[in-house]
Unconditional design. Structure first.
Length: 260
């Protein structure tokens, strides 16, 4: 059972599901909700039994419409967690995979949460935008930098300089949506993707994510390729690295142990 007021959490085997639970305000996040999200993902990061996370929104109308502007306008003061908006946008050391199951609206900070995930599964009615300039803001929860790194620059600028809405199908076409699911089935489809990830060695998955993400820190391919990544070194020294070929040769499912 969830211990939170503004979000819900669920553990399904090795999958950790975080649901933003403010449907009455389109799952907008205020500082208290951000703090709960940060705590939930701290728990996910620290628990060795949890290998994949899914984040979604309650109901079918919204994943998250972003920052709670009514709360912001109230003048109440509260700080943003170090892990950033939704407990994810400034979390740079989480090498476990995170999937966004986007149902309905993902605007502003809500879109930035999705962009901070490794995979975006969008329902056919999902709608994405960074509309902050329309209200005198900017997408400062990493959206200004993540979107141009995930899609062609002109496509990113076309979204960011107009604040226009992009539907799931177009999002998949230009590259920030991984896959589109029928309306109402984003979470179900995300679970299927999580199940595929769980078939793989968790050490290999984390090493892959680390090398891919850290490699993007340099524009030079050779430097990225020749760099030493801690996750890769752990993988090569692990029992998983031996178990995979052994299981293949013995025609059985591998037994991953997360052991060096």
């Amino acid at each position: 059972m969830s211990q939170y007021e503004f979000i819900k959490t669920e553990t399904d085997g090795r999958v950790f599901i975080v649901t933003i639970n403010r449907p009455e305000v389109m799952n907008c996040l205020h500082p208290m909700a951000n703090a709960e999200m940060a705590d939930a993902f701290d728990r996910f990061a620290a628990d060795p039994e949890l290998w994949v996370a899914i984040v979604t929104g309650a109901g079918e109308k919204a994943f998250s419409a972003g920052n709670d502007l009514k709360f912001a306008a109230s003048g109440q003061k509260a700080s943003m967690p170090a892990a950033g908006f939704g407990g994810l946008t400034s979390r740079y050391d989480l090498m476990k995979p995170v999937i966004a199951a986007v149902n309905g609206v993902a605007m502003g900070g809500g879109f930035e949460i999705a962009l901070a995930c490794d995979i975006i599964i969008a329902s056919s009615n999902a709608r994405f935008a960074l509309p902050e300039p329309r209200v005198g803001f900017a997408a400062l929860a990493t959206g200004l930098h993540r979107l141009p790194r995930q899609v062609p620059l002109k496509k990113a600028m076309g979204m960011m300089l107009t604040g226009r809405h992009v539907l799931a199908e177009e999002g998949e076409r230009i590259g920030f949506v991984t896959a589109v699911a029928p309306e109402g089935e984003a979470l179900s489809e995300a679970r299927k993707w999580a199940a595929q990830i769980l078939e793989c060695s968790p050490m290999a998955i984390r090493a892959t994510k680390e090398a891919a993400i850290r490699g993007l820190d340099t524009a030079d391919f050779r430097t990225a390729f020749e760099a030493r990544y801690e996750g890769i070194q752990r993988l090569l020294a692990s029992s998983d690295h031996k178990e995979g070929p052994r299981a293949f040769a013995e025609k059985r499912k591998p037994q991953w142990k997360l052991e060096v």
